[in-house]
Ligand binder design. Sequence first.
Ligand SMILES: Cc1cc2nc3c(=O)[nH]c(=O)nc-3n(C[C@H](O)[C@H](O)[C@H](O)COP(=O)(O)OP(=O)(O)OC[C@H]3O[C@@H](n4cnc5c(N)ncnc54)[C@H](O)[C@@H]3O)c2cc1C
Length: 516
Amino acid sequence: MHSPFPESVRLQQARHPPLTIGIVGGGATGITVLRHLSELACGDRAGAIGGILLFDKSGFDGGVAYRTDSDHHLLNMKASKMSIRVGDAEHFLRWTRDRGLQCGGNDHLPRKFYRDYLDDVRKAAIERCRAAGIPVHVEQAEVVGMRPSPDHELLLTTDRGETHLSSVTILCTGHNAPEDHYDLGASPNYFRDPYARFAFADSAGIEVGILGSGLTAVDSATELASTHRLVRMTCFSRSGLLPTVQPITIPGTNDDFRDALHRYVQDREQVEADAFVGKLAELLKAIAGISCDLSCRDLDGDALADLERNIAEAETCEPNVHSYLASIANVVCDAWSRMNAVEKARFMNVYNSGWLRNRSAMPLANAVKIRDLIRAGRLSTVARLRNVVDIGGRFRATLGNGHHRDVDQIIDATGPSYRLNSSPLYLDMQRQGIVTLDALGGVCCGYADSRVHDRHGRPYRNIYAVGSPTKGTHFFAGAVDINMHRTESVIGSILGDAERMDSLASRPAELADARG
Ligand SMILES: Cc1cc2nc3c(=O)[nH]c(=O)nc-3n(C[C@H](O)[C@H](O)[C@H](O)COP(=O)(O)OP(=O)(O)OC[C@H]3O[C@@H](n4cnc5c(N)ncnc54)[C@H](O)[C@@H]3O)c2cc1C
C-alpha cells in the first residue's frame, strides 16, 4: 500500500489522530472542498487535518462544465454567484479583476475563464496547506475501488494500481456523458458529447438535429452557428420551448413567496408532486402576479414568440419566473426530500423539464443569439419528440403527432447523466454492497448530512458525497453556490465527528458505541 505521507505526520497525535481526507474528483466541487479544508487547516482546526488526498481522472481540466475552450460557452450564472470561497461572495469577481478581465457581477464570462479560476484556487490551496505543514497528495488518476480497512479507514485504489489510506472520503465525482436515450451510439454521425468539435462539412442542405432545447442545446447551437454558417439546426424536445431568460441584473424578489412555500413544505411529512407544484403556481400568481405552468402543457407553443417575450421581460430588469424559482431552490430540495419514490417519479416525468426550463434560465446574450438564428431561419424547434432511429447514416425523429423529420447529424444535448452505472468506482462499491445506486441518479445518501448510506440504509461515518452523486437525494445538486454550502456542512460534520471522538477518547466505555 502506498502512503504519500511521512510516518511522523501520520502519527502526529491529537487525542484522535489527525484525519487524512480523500477527495475523489477535482472539478468545481472537489476544488471547493480542498479550498475550504485549506482554510481550516491554517486556522483553528489545524490539528484535526493530517493530510489531504486529491484525485482527478481527467487532469483537473475544469470538469464537464468548464473544460470547453469556446468563447460561445458562457457561464450560466452571473459572475457574482460563482465564488467557491465560503462566506466570500466576491472571491471570483476579485480574481477576474486581478486577471485584468472586464467583468461585472452581472456578467456571464466564457466558461474557460472559470477553469483558470479553479486552477488558481487549487494551486493556492495546496500551497496554503503545505505552508501549514499539511501534506497534500495530488494525483491524476481514476479511483476505481474503495473498501473499508480493518482499522475503520478506507482504502482507495486507483487505475494505476496504487492504494491509499484515507480516514474520510468525499465523493465529488460530478457529471457523466448524456445517456444516449435512443441508442444511437454506434452511428458515426451521432455526437454524444455536445461540446465536441463538430468536424462535419458545412454546406447548405445539411440538417443537424439537436436533442434537447435546454441550456446544453443553446450551447451547441451557438457554437455550431459560429463554425457552420450554412447548415440548418433543429432542436427536438418535449416542449419545443427554449429556456427562459435571466434579467440583466439580479432583481430583488418578494420573500413572501419563498416563505409561504417553505411553510407549506415544512408543515408536511409527505409532499405530493402535483399538490406541491399546484401550490407553487398558486403562490407565484397570488404574490408576484406571475403565471407558471411547470407541466409544459403548452406543447407546440411558438418558440420564437415565447423567446421574444422572455427577452423583452428580461430587459426590464423586473423579477421574472426565473428570479422567483431561483429563490426557492432550497425549498424545492426540501420538498423533494419529503416525496416518496412514486411522487419523485411523477415530479421527474411531469414537471422536471418545466422546472429546468424556468429555473435554469439562459443569459440574455445567448437568448439574443438564439433569437437571431431563429429569425434568420437557421434554427428551429420541434415539440413532442417521441423517438429517433438511425436510417442508414441519417436519422429519423418521430413526433407525437405521427409526423417525422429526417436529419443528417445528431448532437445529443439532453444534458449530463446522473447515473453512475458506468463508473468503475461505483460499480465496485455496489458489488461489495458498500453503496446502493439511487434510481433517480447518484448513490443513496442522507439528505441532511450527505453521508453515503450502506445497502441497509445506514449512514457511513466516513463516506460523504457532494454534487451530482447526491442527485437522487438532493434533486438540485449542480450549481457551484449550492454545492459550496453543502461542502461547508459536510466538512463541519467531519470535523465535528473528530471532535466528538476526541472528547469520548477519555471515556472508553462510550467509544465503542460512537464508532458503531
Ligand atoms: C455545461 C454545464 C455548464 C454549467 N454551467 C454552470 C454555471 O455557469 N454556473 C454554475 O454554478 N453551475 C454550472 N453548471 C453546474 C455544474 O454542475 C457545476 O458548476 C460544477 O461544474 C459541478 O462540479 P463537479 O466537480 O461536481 O462535477 P464535474 O465538473 O463533473 O467534475 C467532476 C470531476 O471528477 C472527476 N472524476 C469523476 N470520477 C472520478 C474518479 N472515480 N476518480 C477520479 N476522478 C474522478 C472528473 O474527471 C471531473 O474532473 C454547469 C454544468 C454543465 C454541465
